[in-house]
Ligand binder design. Structure first.
Ligand code: SF4
Length: 358
């Protein structure tokens, strides 16, 4: 194995990495299929060689991409810089050698690579969107609070009955706790979540005239509402740019070596510094989409990943294209999405209501 190609891609091991610890696996953690990690008996360096031969399709997909997003200058230069690892990487360059920031990558090169990831993800997921069903800021706020420790799908299956009964903060603030608990029971942790909903509804009613505020500093005063929830509401109900650092987002930006931070607020600050504000909200959606569909927590589908040539962690998951394809989720795998009422441009099928779910 030559060393040549490794320079293009990255350093070596991925030992010692930890997933976004303890963070509430918010929305959509519909965890990827389990994975039998071990491939047969390990020959010394066999894994490194296995991957390259099977990777042609992914390369092709990525190569054909043109730059579209607004970050002009970087967009033009990035392809040239990426050439060694992107276009026709020699076999050795496809070595699953994940784990460290690309050796020798300057900050500028990292920023360009990051922005290119964002542009290419925009091509892969032009329909990226928040995966919680909502019709107004209050519904989005409630749905986001409910999404802690469960999937967006489960929240979407739960909220229709909830909002039919308690459509406004005033209604919800006056709900008998046991009734509220019963309605949200499918989302788990229903007692704590009911307490948060009662508290935040009362807060909205008493302090904000029954309206969901559009400032982060106001939102975080509400019970059960932290920065992540506030950013989701601001970005998607009010169009205020924000980065949503959930478990998927944190995991992916670390795999991409855009940050090494574990704390959501520090991750947010570092990623905000890399991208223009106008991209923050959509970058969050695209990254979370990618995390849910392809770059799973336990077994990323590297062999079917359209941005593999930009990822220092290629090889952390399944590199065989056939096997990787079987790991794909939601519309990428031909399955329904998480929303019962997805936007019109969503190419997948809507999710089924509770009890009729596939
Ligand atoms: S699936 Fe693999 S190659 Fe793609 S972003 Fe995730 S770790 Fe990187």
């Amino acid at each position: 194995m030559t060393r040549a190609g490794r320079t293009a891609r990255t350093g070596a091991d991925h030992a010692g990495r930890t997933s976004p610890a303890g963070k509430a696996p918010a929305a959509g953690s519909a965890t990827p299929g389990s994975a039998a990690p071990g491939q047969a008996p390990a020959k010394k360096k066999a894994p490194a060689k296995k991957a390259p031969a099977k990777r042609a399709p992914a390369k092709k997909a990525a190569a054909g991409r043109t730059t579209t997003a607004p970050e002009g200058a970087a967009a033009k230069k990035a392809p040239a810089r990426q050439k060694p690892s992107a276009g026709k990487a020699p076999a050795a360059a496809r070595t699953p050698a994940a784990g460290r920031p690309p050796t020798g990558e300057s900050h500028l090169a990292m920023v360009r690579r990051a922005r290119r990831i964002n542009r290419e993800l925009a091509d892969v997921y032009p329909y990226a969107h928040p995966e919680l069903d909502f019709r107004n800021p209050f519904e989005l706020l409630v749905a986001t609070v409910l999404s802690a420790q469960t999937t967006d799908l489960r929240v979407n299956q739960t909220t229709p009955a909830l909002f039919a009964k308690y459509p406004t903060p005033e209604d919800m603030a006056a709900a008998p706790p046991e009734e509220l608990e019963e309605l949200i029971r499918p989302t788990g942790f229903f007692r704590a979540k009911a307490k948060s909903l009662l508290g935040l509804s009362a807060g909205l009613r008493d302090n904000f005239g029954g309206r969901v505020p559009d400032r982060l500093e106001d939102l975080v005063t509400l019970p059960g509402v932290g920065r992540k929830t506030a950013n989701v509401v601001l970005g998607n109900a009010y169009g205020v740019p924000g980065i949503t650092v959930d478990t998927h987002f944190g995991r992916l930006v670390r795999r991409w070596r855009l940050t090494e931070r574990e704390e959501p607020e520090k991750v947010e600050a570092e990623i905000c510094a890399i991208f223009p504000e106008s991209e923050w909200t959509m970058l969050s959606h695209r990254t979370i989409f990618h995390g849910r569909r392809i770059c799973h927590s336990r077994k990323p589908a590297c062999g079917a990943c359209p941005i593999d040539h930009l990822c220092p962690s290629y090889g952390e998951g399944e590199t065989d294209p056939e096997k990787a394809r079987k790991l794909l989720k939601y519309e990428k795998g031909g399955y329904p999405g998480q929303r019962l009422a997805p936007p019109p441009d969503y190419p997948g099928r809507p999710a089924a209501p509770l009890n009729t779910a596939e």
